[in-house]
Design a protein around this ligand. Structure first.
Ligand code: LMR
Length: 347
């Protein structure tokens, strides 16, 4: 449409000589289409956050907090949808799915990364950290921070650690010393270090997804498993395991990860806002982990469904002596320096 505009002295307005109304209508329509197209292309970026635990756990609470903070601060720009309890992916599939772009964030246990890096195996070494404070010191120190980048050449970005807690041993029989576990079947996460740990006490480790553990225990297909108080409580393992030995023999923590492809495509401002919300959610989740390490243990004791077994120092030394040779077995893959740095965090 050619536009010829003259000045109407009588009316004191600019008009289109040909057909003033048609011009205005067309201009308004064009404007509406442009705005409409912009609105349509500016749909919020979706972050699907997939995990395997219940919502009333440190990881479940952290993910929900992250979703809420993002909704509060980045409404219209980013939306986080959380899929708990292996609804979307089990931990064994989630990283593949992330690399394919089917999910943007997850926080698998540090024991589930061995396909992608050997150095994170450090967290599975039995009796390495004396408590969660030592784990925190190591993770926040230079060696721990460097490990966040250990997945870079696999297309994954480590965004931060999240605590769950120390692992305990649950079983259908009372485990006071390693000999009590000999010949018995234990479910483990997909970790060769954990496999070696159970082989060191002559037990039979079986790598199985978290979503199958309850049924395996209930049907007595396996005799026991290792996990934190919050996982044993929230997934009701204590209802089908008459004994839980308070062994604190290892740590179960998480790495919050995203894909490099997704992360790099975000503009810097948005990336910073998302990271800030995540850091706050992680701090919140760590608080939940500390609380649940106490309250979920107490809830299990109060339930009287399972007996919490406290072992003596002499009994504990037997577990340490039997399992600690695993360190040497994996020193070549993990690195002696890294193990040294972790040991130093105990002080
Ligand atoms: C497990 O498989 O036992 C844990 O990794 C589950 C979890 O994510 O806490």
């Amino acid at each position: 449409m050619k536009l010829e505009i003259t000045y109407d002295h009588n009316d004191n307005k600019m008009v289109n000589e040909e057909n003033p109304m048609r011009f205005i209508t067309a201009a308004v329509a064009t404007l509406a289409l442009t705005v409409g197209a912009q609105v349509a292309t500016a749909a919020p970026i979706e972050i699907k956050f997939s995990h395997v635990v219940a919502e009333n756990t440190p990881k479940g609470q952290m993910a929900n907090k992250f979703r809420d903070l993002v909704a509060e601060r980045l409404a219209g720009k980013v939306v986080v949808n959380v899929f708990p309890s292996s609804q979307l992916f089990g931990d064994n599939k989630v990283l593949e799915a992330m690399l394919l772009g089917d999910v943007q964030m997850a926080a698998p246990s540090l024991s589930k990364f061995q396909k992608y890096t050997k150095s994170l195996q450090i967290f599975d070494l039995p009796f390495l950290f004396k408590d969660m404070d030592a784990v925190e010191r190591f993770q926040q120190g230079p060696a721990g921070q460097k490990l966040l980048g250990s997945l870079a050449n696999k297309g994954l970005v480590g965004l931060g650690y999240l605590h769950n807690g120390m692992k305990q041993l649950s079983a259908s029989n009372e485990l006071r010393v390693p000999a009590d576990a000999a010949g018995r079947k234990f479910r483990i996460m997909t970790s060769d270090v954990l496999q070696a740990q159970f082989e060191a006490i002559d037990a039979v480790p079986l790598k199985k997804p978290f979503s199958e553990v309850f049924t395996l225990l209930q049907t007595r297909a396996i005799d026991g498993q290792e996990n934190t108080w919050s996982n044993i409580y929230s997934k009701k393992f204590f209802e089908v395991q008459p004994f839980i030995t308070e062994s604190n023999h290892g740590v179960l923590d998480y790495l919050v990860v995203t894909s490099a492809e997704f992360w790099m495509e975000l503009d810097d401002g948005l990336k910073a806002d998302i990271k800030k919300a995540l850091d706050e959610a992680i701090a919140f989740g760590n608080g939940v982990a500390a609380d649940k390490g106490v309250s979920d243990k107490q809830a299990i004791i109060d339930s009287r469904r399972s007996q919490v077994v406290s072992i003596t120092d002499a009994e504990r030394s037997q577990w340490v002596d039997a399992m600690k040779p695993v360190w040497k077995q994996f020193e070549g893959q993990i690195g002696a320096d890294l193990i040294e740095a972790a040991v130093a965090a105990n002080k």
